[in-house]
Ligand binder design. Structure first.
Ligand code: NAI
Ligand code: NAD
Ligand code: ISE
Length: 336
């Protein structure tokens, strides 16, 4: 069985996901494209999907009976409306993070999905599909390091564009940690705080960079996450879990160890597309398999909501400088 996919948003990650649907994954083909910039779609048709049809309107793409499932890979503020339209049309939708830019927007999606009576949404949080994070979780779950007490994490990008603002360090970047760490620890957040170290000269005038986010979980674990999006040297994701009887660390990406010119070195990646390339393949194949089986697995609309509740608290903490409590309602039975 082949799933006909429609893609809304054919920018950086839209293009990447179309490439993997067309050349890497099984049982999927991209048949429909929409982007506010039509040229982006035309370029994809020319280079990757000669048979795909370009739609001038995203809602027409969603409602086309030929389209079995939708990938939403447009700009974050557009996600909520497109996901709601997919639910309304009864179609499975893979939505890139963030599910919506506010917790209320995510809750609107949760409520629509519950009303529809079946799970249709998978959120593009790919880290739970990464083999390194999975290995780290297996160690924690085995009890080998005892209960997790403290986590030291970092999310570093070499640089960001001028349109990147201080709150995006939370809503666009930290959002990955907010998702993966609650999955890793099987826990939720209780409070957050944001502190600003000395600012790098590489950041634009309107951006506070780096930032340190301090999270407390409901079980009392303490987490520090450094967000540094103009670190220059690479795209670097770190996660160290300190337990009662040992320490477990996220593995580094595989790289040849080089002895040359009186130095011992390994390469640090610079591009997010490469750092999690296998995880993106696995998450999207899982989505296609879910569409075929009719049962949604992986990061749900509830997970998208949980990350957004914590993100809203972090954005409030950026302005107030205070410790901000996070209050999460109980998970509805619908999301098991
Ligand atoms: P991008 O800016 O390269 O692409 C966005 C595309 O959406 C553009 O082609 C733009 O023209 C289109 N678009 C914007 N508004 C639209 C609208 N109303 N209707 C149709 N198309 C519209 O952005 P990028 O980097 O591809 O990011 C897209 C989404 O993917 C974001 O939500 C981002 O957070 C997420 N993302 C996720 C990553 C991950 O690791 N999971 C990595 C990179 C991005
Ligand atoms: P991008 O700007 O390269 O691409 C976004 C595309 O969406 C653009 O082509 C834009 O024209 C189009 N677009 C915007 N509004 C639209 C609308 N209303 N209708 C149709 N198309 C619209 O951005 P990107 O880097 O590809 O990011 C897209 C999304 O993917 C974001 O939500 C981002 O957070 C997410 N993302 C996730 C990861 C990840 O690691 N999971 C990585 C990159 C991006
Ligand atoms: C991008 O939107 C992503 O989601 C990447 O995974 C992230 O690391 C990067 O900082 C964002 O720009």
């Amino acid at each position: 069985m082949t799933i006909n996919i429609g893609v809304i948003g054919t920018g950086a990650i839209g293009r990447e996901h179309i490439r993997r649907c067309s050349t890497v994954l099984q049982n999927a083909r991209v048949v429909a494209l929409n982007d506010i910039n039509r040229e982006n779609c035309q370029q994809i048709v020319n280079e990757l999907t000669p048979e795909a049809r370009i739609y001038d309107n995203a809602i027409d793409l969603i409602n086309d009976p030929q389209v079995n499932a939708v990938l939403v890979t447009s700009w974050g503020p557009t996600h909520e409306a497109f996901v709601l339209a997919c639910i309304e049309a009864g179609k499975a939708v893979f939505c890139e993070k963030p599910l919506a830019v506010t917790a209320q927007g995510c809750m609107n999606i949760v409520e629509a999905e519950i009303k529809a009576g079946r799970q249709l949404v998978q959120v593009g949080f790919m880290r739970p599909y990464d083999s390194g994070y999975r290995a780290l979780k297996a160690v924690i779950d085995s009890g080998e390091i005892g209960e997790p007490l403290m986590l030291h994490c970092a999310h570093r990008n070499p640089e960001v564009g001028d349109s990147y603002t201080t709150d995006m360090a939370i809503t666009d970047t930290l959002i990955h940690e907010l998702d993966v760490l609650r999955w890793l620890l099987d826990d939720d957040y209780a409070s957050v705080q944001v502190i600003f170290p000395r600012k790098t000269r590489k950041a634009s005038s309107h951006l506070r960079d780096p930032q340190i986010v301090l999270l407390e979980t409901t079980k009392g674990a303490r987490i520090d996450v450094e967000i540094f999006v103009n670190c220059e040297y690479g795209y670097d994701i770190q996660c160290e879990v300190v337990g009662e009887s040992g320490i477990a660390r996220l593995p580094e990406p595989v790289s040849v160890q080089l002895r040359s010119a009186a130095k011992l070195s390994t390469t640090i990646l610079t591009d997010w597309k490469k750092r999690f390339i296998d995880a993106y393949d696995v998450e999207l194949q899982a989505f296609i398999n879910n569409v075929i089986s009719g049962e949604m697995t992986g990061p749900s609309a509830w997970d998208g909501y949980a990350a957004a509740v914590a993100a809203d608290a972090c954005v409030a903490a950026q302005t107030s400088g205070e410790i901000v409590p996070v209050s999460m309602p109980a998970r509805p039975a619908f999301y098991r």
